[in-house]
Write a protein that binds this ligand. Structure first.
Ligand SMILES: NC(=O)C1=CN([C@@H]2O[C@H](COP(=O)(O)OP(=O)(O)OC[C@H]3O[C@@H](n4cnc5c(N)ncnc54)[C@H](OP(=O)(O)O)[C@@H]3O)[C@@H](O)[C@H]2O)C=CC1
Ligand SMILES: [Mg+2]
Length: 446
């Protein structure tokens, strides 16, 4: 075990949150500027009352999150007293669930005390925790670019990572991965596999689904790695049905603050045929610090399971409509990452492929003809049998952005006969990673 203590020593001033969630309150309170979940950009919202078994729909998790729905697409605002109270409430329930806040929680957040983590140090700690496991798989970036003929940007590429990381509560309590040993799912190690994957590729923008360890793991760690972090829980997360759950799962969006400035952020509860649904999306408009150009990034996780194809399609239409408005009719280049729970043959895929937002799916570029999606992005064995599907996508504005390269998927041999998750891959979904650049000069309308 490494001696750095990033993962294992909660009383240290760095992370230390991963193995001792009861200590997480301090970090939540001391580094507010890096925790701009949308909960915190609306100080007029009432403080959250959260509980490990609570549901957003009950007003326990994320009360007030949905009040504004699309109207929550407001500029990020500096945090005031309301925010501190939010912190207090969140920290309180994340730790003990006690009724009254401890005065310790009321400490003023002080961004000056933010202590950055060296990614290499954290990676070493992860590797030390994982030393008994088989090594992670080698995946290569494949150059897919035609940028030489498109006048490439002189600025460094923008690396985007899309990943359904598998909610801990669902993996242990609901998913029924019959070929995956319970030990492979132990959070203390699985979180290190997830972090290792993120640290290996160091995305500028990270879009995650099924996040049920945001406040005790991803927000405190990734904020110290320089990311601005946003989380939006599902209103009725199925995680909450699982004994000893860690709260609801949801979508999370992270971007490196040294590369982007947040211009606008929207929490979206997706509707289907005018009905509010249990699925969500986050959409943020970012300004690229090097080029001054703006980019809208969205993350979503659509309704799962067969029989829900029309529902997914309606959710997709709602998301597209929201994005039309946020990008001002496609004037801002757009990247949409998600677990769409839909094969390319589904209606929702066709809606995205043919929308007036002019989107294309980046991973098609890995195919020989550039027209076919990969054969799978998720591969698991449930009691019902083997499930191999292409469900995850990175959509991008094809007239404004170029894909320079994409991370190759794992081969069938690497995935192995027991499929995913496994001792050396933490989720049933593969991560997708692409390097983008802005096309120059801008092509007017996308
Ligand atoms: N009390 C209430 O009024 C309500 C309660 N709920 C709760 O929410 C749950 C449903 O939420 P909803 O958002 O619609 O969930 P989804 O149907 O979208 O699925 C939830 C999760 O289950 C995973 N999943 C998909 N297929 C299977 C499978 N065959 N076996 C096990 N897990 C699977 C999905 O993972 P992936 O995406 O990776 O495939 C997904 O993360 C209900 O079970 C209920 O607990 C919901 C609404 C109202
Ligand atoms: Mg899942």
């Amino acid at each position: 075990m490494s001696c750095c203590g990033l993962l294992t020593h909660p009383t240290h001033s760095r992370c230390g949150l991963l193995t001792h969630p009861t200590h997480s309150r301090c970090d939540l309170l001391t580094h507010p500027t890096h925790s701009r979940c949308d909960l915190l950009t609306h100080p007029t919202h009432s403080p959250l009352r959260v509980g490990s078994r609570g549901r957003a729909g009950d007003g326990q998790w994320g009360a007030g999150l949905w009040g504004a729905d699309r109207a929550s697409a407001s500029p990020a605002s500096p945090m005031g007293h309301g925010t501190s109270r939010l912190y207090s409430a969140l920290a309180k329930t994340l730790t003990s669930g006690a009724a009254a806040p401890h005065p310790e929680y009321l400490l003023s957040p002080d961004p000056e005390h933010l202590e950055p983590i060296d990614p290499k140090e954290l990676l070493e700690e992860c590797r030390a925790v994982l030393h008994t496991r088989p090594p992670r798989f080698q995946r290569d970036f494949v150059s897919v670019s035609s940028v030489s003929s498109e006048c490439p940007s002189s600025h460094p590429p923008i690396r985007v990572m899309q990943w359904n990381i598998l909610a801990q509560a669902l993996g242990e309590g609901k998913d029924n991965f019959v070929q995956c040993p319970a030990e492979a799912l132990r959070w203390e190690e699985r979180k290190c596999l997830i972090l290792e994957e993120i640290l290996a590729y160091q995305p500028d923008i990270l879009c995650l689904q099924e996040v049920d360890h945001y406040f005790d793991t991803f927000q405190p760690l990734l904020s110290r790695l320089g990311y601005q972090c946003t989380f939006l829980p599902k209103p009725w997360s199925p995680c909450l049905d699982v004994e000893h759950n860690n709260g609801p799962d949801g979508c999370a969006l992270f971007f490196l603050q040294n590369r982007f400035k947040l211009i606008n952020s929207a929490n979206i509860r997706l509707t289907a045929m005018t009905l509010k649904t249990n699925q969500v999306a986050i959409a943020q408009t970012l300004e690229c610090r090097e080029s001054g150009r703006q980019l809208c990034v969205a993350v979503t996780h659509l309704k799962a399971r067969t029989g829900w194809e029309r529902f997914r399609s309606a959710q997709g239409c709602d998301l597209l409509q929201n994005l039309q408005s946020i990008t001002q009719g496609a004037r801002t280049p757009l990247i949409v990452c998600g677990d769409f729970n839909a094969e390319p043959t589904e209606e929702v895929y066709r809606h995205f492929a043919s929308s007036s937002l002019n989107l294309s799916s980046a991973y098609k570029l890995l195919s020989a003809d550039g027209q076919s999606e990969p054969p799978y992005t998720t591969w698991k064995i449930r009691t019902s049998g083997e499930c191999r599907h292409t469900l995850d996508y990175i959509w991008y504005s094809q007239h404004a952005l170029s894909v320079r390269s994409a991370l190759d998927l794992l081969t069938e041999e690497q995935i192995g006969p027991n499929r995913l998750p496994s001792f050396n891959y933490p989720s049933d979904h593969l991560s997708l990673v692409c390097d983008f650049s802005f096309k120059e000069p801008p092509h007017g309308l996308l």
